[in-house]
Write a protein that binds this ligand. Structure first.
Ligand code: G1P
Length: 291
């Protein structure tokens, strides 16, 4: 039985260029879906999978993420004094749900480099990585995305596991795409390509920002050369990892939104807004008048 995974890395230093100008002074991880920032959805998903030791790899202009997970004494005492019990509970719960460590990625050298920045904090154990702009919500009765990875990690005796989704052919150039084969009912990954052209994609199975890795990944990242976009790509290090030890994929069940771009963000807000107990009904009416 592999050891429990407690640690998870959230790379949050990206510049959010797909969402400018909104992300000029606001981290994309702080964009809200209905009333909660993307990063909080990601952290809640990690906590539900038992990954309670969180490190965020941040960069310039990301202080609001730190503030979000910190105690806001003034706000809490104001809400308390005003008798706003429900809001007080909501706000105070965020700071108390998790202890977060922060590491600065001093230069934007790529996702692989961001993950490597957290190596000293993780040490010699298996760990998770989650990209918060990919919002994945469990459907009724299903487990969260990270828990689904964790189940396969345990089933395989502690192997690396990557979250996948099938995407349309004309979207493969937006993702890392994997080549896989069946191994006793599991998807064993042979190769990965970062953002290939449609005619060069080995499949339409895309990596969707959820990963569990063995610590061997860090050793590989130390010598990974810049790849696509002249950045140190996590995908390139994973290719090497898959040559050295088994790496499995799992098609994630759940509702997925690529909320790091305006269209995916709008769909996420519309979907969750319509499902919301407080706003759903009124939003449905307002939208039906527009259509
Ligand atoms: C990153 C990864 C890519 C993955 C994607 C998921 O790309 O490099 O392999 O498919 O996240 O969202 P980014 O969207 O940060 O360019």
């Amino acid at each position: 039985m592999p050891k429990n995974i407690h640690k998870i890395i959230f790379p949050t230093a990206g510049m959010g260029t797909r969402f400018l100008p909104a992300t000029k002074a606001t981290p994309k991880e702080m964009l809200t879906i209905v009333d909660k920032p993307l990063i909080q959805y990601g952290v809640e998903e990690a906590l539900a999978a038992g990954m309670g030791e969180v490190v965020m790899v941040t960069g310039r202009g990301k202080r609001s993420i730190e503030d979000h997970f910190d105690i806001s004494a003034e706000l809490e005492s104001n809400l308390n004094a005003a008798g706003k019990v429900e809001l007080y509970e909501t706000v105070s719960r965020i700071a108390r749900m998790v202890d977060v460590a922060y590491i600065r990625q001093k230069q934007p050298l790529g996702l692989g480099h961001a993950v490597l920045c957290a190596a000293p904090w993780v040490g010699d154990e298996c760990f998770g990585v989650s990209l918060a702009d990919e919002l994945i919500l469990p459907e009724a009765g299903c487990k969260g995305a990270m828990q689904q990875l964790r189940d396969i990690h345990e089933q395989t005796g502690g192997a690396s596991v990557i979250g996948l989704a099938r995407v349309p052919d004309d979207e493969v150039n937006r993702y890392g795409i994997v080549k896989a084969h069946d191994e006793d009912g599991l998807l064993r990954l042979d190769d990965m390509v970062e953002k290939p052209q449609t005619d060069q994609a080995p499949s339409n199975m895309a990596m969707i920002g959820r990963y569990i890795f063995t610590p061997r990944l860090f050793e590989i990242l130390k010598t990974t050369k810049p790849g696509k976009g002249n950045e140190i790509q996590l995908t390139d290090a994973m290719c090497q990892l898959a040559k050295e030890e088994p790496v499995y994929g799992v098609i994630i069940e759940g509702a997925r939104f690529d909320a790091g771009n305006p269209y995916g963000f709008l769909v996420a807000n519309a979907t969750l807004g319509l499902q919301h107990p407080k706003y759903g009904e009124a939003l449905r009416k307002a939208l039906s008048q527009l259509l």
